[in-house]
Write a protein that binds this ligand. Structure first.
Ligand SMILES: C[S@@+](CC[C@H](N)C(=O)[O-])C[C@H]1O[C@@H](n2cnc3c(N)ncnc32)[C@H](O)[C@@H]1O
Length: 196
């Protein structure tokens, strides 16, 4: 997988203002994957595939990634083909809650949560049983532009912010996870599944 492909996809995302994982967060994902060496990865929120490609280029595992937008899902497939990883990447098209219903029995070593920002708390309940013992949940955008845990009261993003606050609280109080929060870029939560 060449740097030129990453550069082209990132430039495209920037030009079109697509909400892809930012560079420092992608580097943290890369480091997490290199340490964990996951065999099976699940991602919620594919967009055009930057975070998926980052994960696949750092390990030999396989990725299942879910995207609700048909055009973005197709572009991600094309990017995975160009990067030579399409045989390790399955892009499921549809609403993540619907897709996850059919995947409940599957287990993953790494789950990348980067989908609908107002639903992280409910998604945690669905995803937790799908994470292997010693697996990791990597959740992006947990500070939601600095609004989470800031006393934000404006109507516009109130539901998202409240749900994200509930997600972080639930994660922190879950004795099956050990959680690290990174406050750079849009905030990242990395939760290691392990008995405390
Ligand atoms: C932040 S972007 C993902 C960026 C991607 N992980 C990356 O870094 O390349 C969030 C994506 O989630 C998708 N999405 C939003 N709601 C969704 C849902 N209910 N089910 C599946 N995907 C959803 C959006 O269309 C968008 O492409």
């Amino acid at each position: 997988m060449t740097d030129a492909i990453f550069a082209r996809i990132r430039a495209e995302a920037e030009r079109e203002r697509l909400p892809v994982m930012r560079e420092r967060t992608a580097l943290l994902l890369q480091e997490t994957v290199e340490k964990l060496r996951p065999k099976r990865i699940l991602e919620i929120g594919t967009c055009i595939g930057i975070s998926g490609l980052t994960a696949l280029s750092s390990c030999e595992g396989v990725l299942t990634t879910i995207e609700i937008n048909t055009d973005l899902a197709e572009r991600a497939r094309s990017n995975f083909r160009e990067a030579g990883v399409s045989e390790r990447a399955e892009v499921l098209e549809g609403d993540c809650f619907e897709c996850l219903k059919y995947m409940e029995l599957n287990r993953y070593d790494l789950v990348i949560l980067d989908g609908p920002k107002g639903h992280y708390s409910e998604l945690l309940d669905v995803l937790k049983p799908m994470i292997n013992e010693k697996g990791v949940l990597f959740a992006d955008d947990v500070s939601f532009h600095g609004k989470v845990n800031s006393g934000y009261t404006e109507h516009k993003h109130r539901t998202i912010v409240r749900n994200m606050e509930e997600f972080l609280k639930k994660l922190a109080s879950d004795r099956d996870f050990s959680v690290k929060i990174y406050d750079f870029e849009d905030g990242v939560a990395v939760a290691y599944k392990e008995k405390k």
